[in-house]
Design a protein around this ligand. Sequence first.
Ligand SMILES: CC(C)(COP(=O)(O)OP(=O)(O)OC[C@H]1O[C@@H](n2cnc3c(N)ncnc32)[C@H](O)[C@@H]1OP(=O)(O)O)[C@@H](O)C(=O)NCCC(=O)NCCS
Length: 145
Amino acid sequence: MSSDHEINFRTRKWVRPEDLNANGTLFGGSLLRWIDEEAAIYAILQLGNHRVVTKLISEINFVSSARQGDIIEMGLRATHFGRTSLTMRAEVRNMFTRQSILTIEKIVFVNLDESGTPVPHGYDTITLNRDRLPHGISPADIVTV
Ligand SMILES: CC(C)(COP(=O)(O)OP(=O)(O)OC[C@H]1O[C@@H](n2cnc3c(N)ncnc32)[C@H](O)[C@@H]1OP(=O)(O)O)[C@@H](O)C(=O)NCCC(=O)NCCS
């Protein structure tokens, strides 16, 4: 049974050669990309809208790192449902060394309408289900590269 403030570590990443810095440890930019994607997915599933954007990432203190071949796990938890925004807390830890790699107290995403304007999302509680999966995404909204 998880407490109200507990973070669920849902996503794991395997640290590969392309994710290393010149020191041979995990490159911070790779980790931030993973966290931002994880937070975007979390916001989409909490707010029921795929048009969400990163507004703010608070101070990041990298307290330990990971090496090639390590597995890290990332967790997020919504801490505040605003009118158009969602604030989350993030934590990343190294599964092998069991050390925390970083915590981020605030990641803020904003819910947008089709024109890119902030719009109320209407939610104030966390869902652990798939009941807010966005519907009606038109093919024009899907960007392929
Ligand atoms: C997201 C964006 C549309 C918001 O515009 P804005 O003029 O700040 O909009 P608002 O003032 O209506 O604020 C929207 C929400 O963001 C929150 N917000 C705005 N600035 C904030 C800040 N510095 N810190 C935390 N929350 C902030 C507001 O409190 C509001 O939330 P609420 O409705 O829950 O209270 C605009 O800043 C933007 O397009 N930014 C770029 C986003 C982006 O492209 N991110 C990807 C990385 S480049």
